[in-house]
Ligand binder design. Structure first.
Ligand SMILES: [Zn+2]
Length: 241
């Protein structure tokens, strides 16, 4: 092979993987459920949960409950509008199913955990008819303390109820930036796996570039281009006693 072939191989391999990628069918076994996606900031739904939403939205009712406006830079009102547009792009049917909370007890902050009882209070108010609550796991994908707070509040909410709690698995940094190359390892690890094909990945990228315009700083391009969370999600059901 010529040196140009060797040079192009790292670029061609991911493209080949996308071409061969069997996406999770958009009508999986789960249907006709109400699923509440619990997030901390507008854009969490697009950056982390897109493959799950794109797979489940056609056959289930998806609600998005976002517990802050992401107002750290004073853009709260803009970000609320952006979240609604993104959620609709990812399959949420009714804008009324996107709720954004602005409560001083839950600031958008890297250093302020949110009290589980406050998170549970909002779930009780807005997710009372949910069959499933979906949120971050104990590592919160990015380690953001607000993400982790959601899990503790969700556990408190589902305890003693018939509501399932699903958490999005956090993977290490190498896998995090392995895009489509992480699909095989994810499927092998088990759990509930949602995979987007190339069209789904482009939809997720558009939810960021066309809807979350205020968040599209240079470093986001690395995430939407390389992150496996734009391609694949694996979700675990938590047993809460
Ligand atoms: Zn976040």
């Amino acid at each position: 092979m010529s040196w140009t072939t060797y040079l192009l191989l790292p670029l061609l391999l991911p493209l080949l993987c996308f071409y061969l990628l069997p996406a999770t069918p958009t009508t999986p076994a789960m249907s006709n459920k109400t699923i509440t996606l619990l997030i901390a900031h507008p854009d969490d739904e697009a950056m982390f949960f897109s493959p799950t939403l794109l797979c489940l939205a056609p056959s289930n009712r998806i609600q998005v409950l976002c517990l802050s406006t992401g107002d750290a830079a004073g853009l709260g009102a803009v970000r609320r509008t952006e979240l609604i547009a993104s959620a609709m792009t990812l399959g949420v049917r009714d804008s009324a199913d996107v709720v954004v909370i602005d409560d001083p007890r839950m600031p958008d902050s890297m250093g302020t955990p949110w009290a589980p009882e406050v998170v549970a209070e909002y779930l009780a108010r807005y997710a009372g008819d949910a069959d499933v609550v979906l949120t971050f796991d104990e590592r919160g994908v990015s380690g953001h303390v607000n993400h982790v707070s959601l899990l503790h509040g969700a556990r408190e909410f589902v305890r003693g109820k018939g509501v399932k709690l699903w958490t999005l698995t956090t993977v290490g940094v190498l896998r995090k930036y392995s895009s489509v190359l992480d699909v095989r390892a994810t499927r092998a690890a088990g759990g509930l796996v949602f995979v987007s094909n190339w069209e789904g990945v482009r939809t997720a990228q558009r939810a960021m570039t066309d809807c979350h315009v205020s968040q599209m700083r240079w470093f986001r391009w690395g995430w939407i281009g390389l992150s496996r969370y734009m391609v694949v999600n694996d979700v675990r059901e938590e047993t809460v006693v």
